[in-house]
Design a protein around this ligand. Structure first.
Ligand code: AMP
Length: 285
């Protein structure tokens, strides 16, 4: 567990050591998280390890990406268990900055804006969320200076916007998306799943079932896929559908019924007060 200064020092020591021994600089793979780690996070860590360099994991519950009335205060914090899980995975550096360390002058006046896609879907439900997320990712990337940063495909709009920021601002790193890790019944792992009571947990399965329904109906085109997915969720009384939309992965804009190729079905629903999201690729031929 390290602070900003300690992390910078350790990473520059590793770089200097490589230079002294005439070795190429080891790649640094970076996994940003908000902690309360589960197997989804660990899949990112394992992929990062496979890349062969050093692995940095950050744990930071970023106040900037939570709106008023959201779950910032009750967001699960399980630092000891997180640190032992990361130790067991052989992570080189765990970076756990405090809010004061990340924002010494209070909320930053300079921020990244996510642009038009930032106010769609998750951004419509959570105004300012993506600006806050991109701002902290930019700060973390500047601190860690990784070769590659890994993100979960589960948060598809987040991956899209991070890739866009990296391209738009010429950030010198590669972004890699890691497939979604699921429970046996299909529910995508999420730190927020622990908010679900037993009945809600059963109802939460409706999101992945809706994605399957959309996928099965994709032969009939986009409109049929959307209708099949939406009616799967509307059949579950404990779930309140926010959106189920088919988007073009290249633009994250909704596609028309004439779209052909690989598209992304994205879904959000509130189950017993907990907002859940999921997505899956579908083929439209
Ligand atoms: P979070 O701690 O929720 O900010 O998530 C940190 C990273 O883990 C993000 O890149 C998420 O997309 C990723 N992640 C969360 N859940 C999963 C999952 N079920 N499968 C794969 N990646 C995930």
């Amino acid at each position: 567990m390290t602070t900003v200064a300690e992390l910078r020092e350790r990473l520059s020591e590793a770089r200097a050591d490589a230079a002294t021994h005439g070795r190429a600089e080891p790649p640094i793979a970076f996994v940003p998280t908000m902690g309360a780690l589960h197997d989804g996070h660990l899949a990112l860590v394992r992929r990062a390890k496979q890349l062969g360099g050093s692995v940095v994991v950050s744990i930071f519950v970023n106040p900037l990406q939570f709106g008023a009335g959201e779950d910032l205060d009750r967001y699960p914090r399980t630092l000891e268990a997180d640190l032992s899980a990361l130790d067991a995975e052989g992570v080189d550096h765990v970076f756990v900055p405090s809010v004061e360390e990340m924002y010494p002058a209070g909320a930053p006046t300079t921020r990244v804006t996510a642009g038009p896609v930032g106010s769609l879907f998750e951004g419509a439900a959570r105004p300012g969320h993506f600006d806050g997320m991109l701002t902290v990712v930019a700060k973390l990337v500047n601190i860690v200076q990784p070769t590659v940063a890994l993100f979960g495909q589960k948060d598809a709009q987040q991956v899209f916007l991070v890739r866009r920021m990296v391209a738009d601002l010429n950030l010198p790193l590669r972004v890699e998306a890691v497939p979604t890790v699921r429970e046996a019944d299909g529910l995508a792992l999420s730190s927020r799943n622990r908010y679900l009571g037993a009945n809600e947990r059963r109802a939460a399965r409706t999101l992945s079932l809706a994605l399957e329904a959309a996928e099965s109906a994709a032969d009939g085109g986009v409109d049929r896929a959307v209708a099949a997915g939406q009616s799967a969720i509307m059949g579950e009384t404990l779930a309140k559908l926010d959106y189920l939309v088919v988007v073009d992965p290249a633009s994250f804009q909704p596609v028309g019924d004439d779209f052909r190729g690989t598209a992304l079905v994205i879904v959000a629903a509130v189950v017993g007060g907990t907002r859940l999201i999921d997505n899956a690729a579908i083929q439209l031929t």
